[in-house]
Design a protein around this ligand. Structure first.
Ligand SMILES: [Zn+2]
Ligand SMILES: [Zn+2]
Ligand SMILES: [Zn+2]
Length: 252
């Protein structure tokens, strides 16, 4: 499986508008983070995780030729505001895109973007075809999905494990039962938004503890805010954990 870290920034992106901190002013490309997304591919199937503001730029940069399905973790704007760019995916596929989200997330997105789900001015085929995620594992065109549910403040978020790879999107709390589903995973990526305690996000120290408890061979931090300087954070982490950066590609 190939995993592309197409967007590794928190909700404001880095550089953050109007900020003059050393990370926002840094010339290191690895400190320039667009909003969170992931692209996973296996054989002929490619699945996009989340549709952030910079989606179009991310897909161009990664040289993506097609997307077969979309998985949405939760309905915060930084994860869905680029949804309009998925119209072109539906045009190319000549069919509605299978669009995976849990029931509450689907409802919110349908309210915000009703035109993506019904008839539209170009076609009677909707752009997106809703597929509700429960906790049941399933396969989609040769890729396995085991949903992993966790909290982000009071909001439910839906991440997944696919074979040897798993990721946790915005997370403040995860149950032992869900942690158990991650045991034995080789590569784990965790949204690590903040260094300091925050009611909606596990801070860096807790994320490291969680990773060490799950004990993957390798872990990547993503969804980092502008307080994470790439070289500094990389040298401060245990050797099997590293920060991801926009455009990083790995084979799992
Ligand atoms: Zn987010
Ligand atoms: Zn800054
Ligand atoms: Zn969020």
């Amino acid at each position: 499986m190939k995993v592309i870290f197409s967007g590794t920034g928190s909700s404001t992106g880095t550089p953050q508008l109007f900020c003059k901190c050393k990370v926002c002013l840094s010339e290191n490309e690895k400190n320039k983070r667009s909003r969170f997304s992931l692209i996973i591919s296996e054989q002929d199937t490619t699945v996009l995780v989340d549709t952030p503001f910079e989606l179009r730029l991310q897909l161009l940069r990664a040289g993506i030729e097609k997307i077969d399905a979309i998985w949405i973790t939760h309905p915060h704007s930084d994860h869905i505001a680029g949804i309009d760019d998925t119209r072109i995916i539906a045009f190319k596929n000549k069919e509605s895109i299978p669009f995976f989200a849990d029931a509450a997330t689907m409802e919110t997105i349908k309210l915000k973007y009703p035109y993506m789900f019904g008839e539209n001015e170009y076609s009677s085929t909707p752009f997106l075809k809703p597929e509700i995620i429960t906790s049941k594992p399933f396969d989609f065109r040769g890729i396995s999905f085991l949903p992993i549910k966790h909290l982000h403040g009071s909001m439910d978020v839906c991440s997944f494990r696919s074979g040897n790879f798993a990721f946790l999107a915005d997370v403040s709390k995860i149950s032992e039962k869900e942690v158990g589903k991650l045991k034995g995973v080789k590569v784990l990526s965790v949204c690590t938004t903040v260094k300091q305690p925050h009611y909606k996000h596990m801070e860096l120290e807790k994320v490291i503890k969680l990773i060490q408890k799950i004990d993957p061979k390798r872990a990547y931090l993503t969804h980092m805010n502008h307080h994470f300087e790439y070289d500094e954070i990389k040298s401060s982490l245990p050797p099997d954990i590293e920060p991801a950066y926009d455009g990083l590609e790995i084979i799992v």
